[in-house]
Design a protein. Structure first.
Length: 459
């Protein structure tokens, strides 16, 4: 809201080259609001605004921009300004930017860093992609377990650049292995001679740097903390990951899962930022697969064309049958994918899930079957619409709905388990994919039941 009101005024001030006035206006706002103001401005205008901000504020604003905006900003800035920003921004935010760039561009930017920052950047980029190591920051405060409170406070005064991570102080042994942590609030009110060992929280919680980033999301949810330490394979403390990074990860993971549930590949950028051709590529593959799958529906219809010709009334209920099965399957697969993602269930729970879905599928099918029975049996002029055997048609539709909804529920719930067992992303069991599968099987169930019930009458 603030950004939309100020953008025209800022653009005019940029055109007039009123840099002092621009600086005064922008410095009145916190960094997140300034980043919002930057959104949708031309990259050249963004670069102008960033140059006139104080150095620390400019780095903070840059951290709050999207990766796509950061890339455009780097192209619009000169090498000196780029080097200044990259050296000043937080290591974890810098890693998030560098890992999205082509290797040649990443190497070029790494060469602009100071030796100390370049080592930090290369160390973080050395961890596997999508690992916790890529999202941690080495800016933490480590203290010795043989210190007292006064010595710790003196150490904090010598490390003012780490003030953002001072709320939790990590106690390490002589080899740098994590022992425990101390809360700053307990340390400040303690007597200066109080040993650190008397202030320990007795909670040795730590993430592994090589673990998947989803592990961090689950850990923050479980322990309800704002920061967690990260250790290597030898339990040596190497960094911390903070809640703001975890929130970004959670949003990214949720976005990818939602997009995959829609029957497409996850986008690499926001909707309006990604190229049109790239978006078409992301969507075309799954659409083609689903289209080929729907061809089997036409094949199934062709297989039962004799039955349809003898009882045209059956064709009236084809959309009803297959859509009900697809909807139930989509519901089930969405529930299970999300439950797997938030770890409400595990692969070992597949049998419990199947039993629940067998019961739920039957119940849901009976609900829809009851509605279908009332629709047919209570409809005025039912004999003219559905023929003299309308009662058998009603039973056929009702039984078919129970069978199709039951199959859709079971298939939709089991596909994510199968994909996870095979090492694939369960979100790939998208709702459209399940719906396509149930369309084909739904027709087979429908006409098979119709043949059994209507054989000797309509068929």
């Amino acid at each position: 809201m603030i950004g939309s009101l100020l953008k025209p005024e800022l653009a005019e001030l940029i055109r007039q080259r009123s840099f002092n006035q621009l600086r005064e206006i922008l410095c009145e706002f916190p960094a997140p609001d300034i980043a919002e103001i930057f959104t949708d401005l031309r990259p050249d205008d963004e670069a102008v605004l960033l140059r006139i901000l104080p150095r620390n504020l400019a780095a903070e604003v840059f951290e709050h921009l999207s990766v796509e905006d950061q890339e455009q900003m780097l192209q619009a800035l000169g090498s000196e300004q780029v080097a200044q920003i990259l050296n000043d921004i937080a290591p974890d935010d810098r890693t998030a930017l560098l890992e999205e760039l082509p290797s040649a561009a990443t190497q070029k930017l790494l060469n602009l860093l100071s030796p100390a920052e370049r080592k930090i950047a290369t160390d973080l980029l050395g961890y596997p992609k999508s690992s916790i190591g890529r999202r941690m920051t080495p800016e933490y405060v480590a203290i010795k377990q043989n210190w007292n409170a006064g010595e710790v406070l003196a150490q904090l005064r010598r490390e003012p650049d780490k003030r953002n991570s001072m709320n939790q102080l990590y106690v390490v042994d002589d080899q740098g292995r994590l022992v425990d942590y101390v809360r700053l609030r307990n340390l400040v009110v303690a007597d200066p001679q109080t040993p650190v060992t008397e202030l320990l929280e007795n909670q040795n919680l730590a993430l592994r740097a090589t673990d998947d980033q989803e592990t961090a999301i689950a850990a923050f949810k479980k322990y309800d903390v704002t920061m967690l330490p990260v250790a290597d394979s030898k339990a040596v403390l190497v960094g911390v990951i903070t809640v703001d990074d975890v929130l970004d990860l959670a949003e990214k993971e949720a976005t990818e899962d939602i997009q995959k549930l829609g029957g497409m590949e996850a986008l690499d950028a926001p909707y309006l930022k990604i190229g049109l051709f790239s978006m078409i590529q992301k969507r075309a593959g799954w659409l083609a697969v689903l289209f080929v799958g729907e061809m089997f529906t036409a094949t199934a219809m062709g297989y039962f064309e004799d039955e349809i010709a003898k009882a045209v009334v059956l064709a009236l209920f084809v959309p009803l049958i297959i859509s009900s099965g697809g909807n139930s399957g989509s519901q089930a697969t969405s529930l299970i994918i999300r439950a797997l993602a938030v770890r409400d269930i595990s692969l070992g729970d597949w049998w419990r899930v199947m039993k629940r879905e067998l019961v739920a599928g039957c119940a849901l099918g009976c609900v829809l079957a009851s509605i279908a029975l009332m629709r047919i049996l209570l409809w005025p002029h039912k004999e003219q619409v559905y023929g003299p055997h309308y009662g058998l048609v009603a039973v056929t539709v009702a039984c078919s709905l129970v069978g199709v909804v039951l199959f859709g529920s079971v298939a939709g719930s089991m596909l994510p388990f199968i994909l996870r067992r095979l090492g694939f992303d369960p979100a790939a069991a998208s709702a459209p994919f399940v719906a396509t599968l149930v369309d084909v099987t739904g027709l087979v169930i429908y006409f098979s039941i119709a043949y059994q019930i209507l054989h000797g009458t309509l068929l």
